[in-house]
Write a protein that binds this ligand. Structure first.
Ligand code: GLP
Length: 240
């Protein structure tokens, strides 16, 4: 595992953008996209390079990590919408080429299985961008998730629902269930790139990078991957 420590969150975004741009330049055709605040700096930098330097995503297929159950794709906090607002709408990635689990229907168990099959057929993804929760969750694989798990429906912990409440309008509940790529699914990508910034991530980063590989810290599965890069700012690195 390669750990890159940089002075600031902005610099972390640039490092992740460099990795993605480098992969595209050497033939990458598939990208795994994470939502949440962690990768936003990288998305902003990639959009800038698209605008100012002609970096192109034409023909690239992108796959989301996870999705809330019970939110219509048009809901502002559905990850299908969030990734458009944070990234897709600012580059030349065709929206038909952006895929994610469908959490809006009744048959979410079947939809999760189908998304896993879709990923298997399209994969392995060339680069998978990842963030992590303060509790070490990856995608929405909360502590206790099987290290070999596949895409499935999961229940969020209270902590994650509290953490994500900031994205929802006051009075609106964060959904209790999600569809998430499993840890085994995530491990199939060719290159895993985890970005974490800020002091609230320091304990999770230390457990992921230096702790035992354990379901108690889902992000520690990166230690099992032959090509994993962890990009952290100094605040998130302070317990390493
Ligand atoms: C969210 C997402 C994860 C994300 C993590 C961290 O709930 N499901 O994919 O990496 O939690 O979020 P943030 O980057 O906003 O801290």
């Amino acid at each position: 595992m390669e750990v890159v420590i940089v002075p600031s969150a902005d610099e972390a975004g640039r490092v992740v953008a460099d990795i993605v741009a480098g992969a595209l330049a050497t033939g990458a055709r598939t990208l795994g996209l994470a939502t949440g605040s962690s990768p936003v700096g990288a998305y902003r930098e990639l959009a800038r390079r698209h605008r100012e330097e002609g970096l192109s995503f034409a023909g690239i297929r992108a796959f989301l990590l996870d999705e809330y159950v019970g939110l219509a794709a048009s809901h502002p906090q559905s990850y299908a919408r969030v990734i458009r607002a944070d990234f897709v709408d600012h580059v030349d990635l065709a929206s038909d080429d952006v895929h994610g689990p469908d959490g809006a229907t009744d048959d979410v168990l079947e939809k999760a299985r189908r998304y896993d099959a879709h990923l298997r057929a399209a994969g392995p993804l060339d680069v998978q961008i990842l963030g992590t929760g303060a509790n070490g969750h990856l995608g929405f694989n909360e502590p206790g998730s099987s290290l070999a798990s596949r895409t499935r429906v999961k229940t969020l912990t209270q902590q994650t629902r509290r953490d994500n409440a900031r994205f929802f309008p006051e009075g609106e509940q964060v959904p209790q269930h999600v569809i998430t790529q499993g840890l085994g699914t995530i491990l199939e990508a060719r290159h895993l790139v985890l970005v974490a910034t800020g002091r609230t991530k320091a304990a999770a980063v230390a457990a992921a990078v230096e702790g035992p590989v354990s379901a108690f810290c889902p992000a520690s599965v990166l230690q099992l991957h032959p090509h994993a890069t962890v990009v952290v700012d100094e605040l998130a690195a302070r317990r390493l």
